[in-house]
Design a protein around this ligand. Structure first.
Ligand code: ATP
Ligand code: MG
Length: 270
């Protein structure tokens, strides 16, 4: 099983949108995916299931209120995609458990997820690289970094890479799955300039060749609380983009079919 964090210094770069659509695309490709919302704002949970505000979830696990993670995991209508909502975040308790218990609780969550047959756990997290997001990134195998294609946001990349280097020196095994440009505006000269500057400055495996455009469809999909692939009878072009992003991620992190995941060729013979 592979654990992937998403992280960004800046807020509002499209992490939740990426997580929802990437998790959906990975599940469509045959993987058993757990999408975990760890943002106390409950962005993923609130957009995918209306009843999630009162549901227990990630923070109930972290605080030790629940010992059996299977009781917190919600199956979705798409086989292969399950959800762990943020749950009840307790600000007064947070100071007490942030430093000591979180790494242990995160590791045991990942062990239980593996026992439950998940191939991938994808964490959506709050912006910034401190607090809970720091613990999550450190506990994961990979981190995926959505990055808005605008001049100010781009200045945060060196700092982010430095921070990840420090996590590894502290003993984390986390590797960078890549930087993925989001909300790219093809019709904006500034956006195009930022993209080409970044492509010149960052090596190809670090900066993904595909990027996510700013798109009304993605905005509408999140307003409706669905992955973009579920918008309308014919999925829009953005759905194909996330399928390609999922394929790129598989390649990049070496996600391979195991006995748990159905073979893509099974239906050729039965
Ligand atoms: N590619 C896109 N095109 C258009 N709108 C987008 C796109 N990606 C995200 N959005 C919209 O931008 C807003 C912020 O996106 P999202 O919640 O995914 O970002 P975030 O990084 O999770 O934010 P936060 O840091 O606040 O948690 C949402 O309204 C979302 O629908
Ligand atoms: Mg978010």
């Amino acid at each position: 099983m592979i654990a992937i964090a998403t992280a960004s210094q800046k807020g509002g770069v499209g992490k939740a949108t990426l997580c929802i659509n990437l998790a959906h695309a990975l599940a469509k490709r045959g993987w058993n995916v757990l999408l975990a919302d760890t943002d106390a704002q409950n962005g993923v949970g609130l957009s995918l299931a209306r009843s999630t505000r009162k549901r227990r979830g990630f923070y109930d696990w972290i605080s030790g209120r629940e010992q059996d993670s299977s009781k917190l995991i919600i199956p979705t209508k798409l086989p292969g995609l399950s959800l762990l909502v943020a749950g009840q975040y307790d600000e007064s308790a947070a100071a007490g458990w942030l430093s000591r218990e979180v790494p242990e609780r995160l590791n045991s969550l990942l062990l239980q997820a593996e026992d439950q047959g998940f191939d991938v756990v994808l964490f959506d997290s709050a912006a910034g690289m401190t607090g809970m997001t720091e613990s999550i990134v450190k506990a994961c195998d990979w981190v995926l970094i959505p990055q808005q294609a605008e001049p100010l946001a781009v200045r945060s990349i060196p700092h982010l890479l430095e921070t990840l280097g420090r996590f590894r020196r502290d003993g984390s095994k986390v590797q960078i799955a890549g930087i993925l440009l989001s909300m790219v505006m093809e019709d904006s000269a500034i956006s195009r300039r930022v993209v080409s500057e970044l492509r010149a400055a960052l090596p190809a495996p670090l900066l993904w060749p595909l990027s996510i455009p700013r798109s009304l469809r993605l905005l509408e999909a999140s307003a409706h609380g669905v992955p973009v692939a579920m918008m309308g009878k014919t999925p829009p072009a953005e759905a194909e983009l996330f399928a390609q992003l999922a394929a790129h991620l598989e390649e990049r992190i070496g996600l391979r079919q195991t006995t748990n995941a159905p073979s893509p060729h099974a239906n050729l013979v039965d």
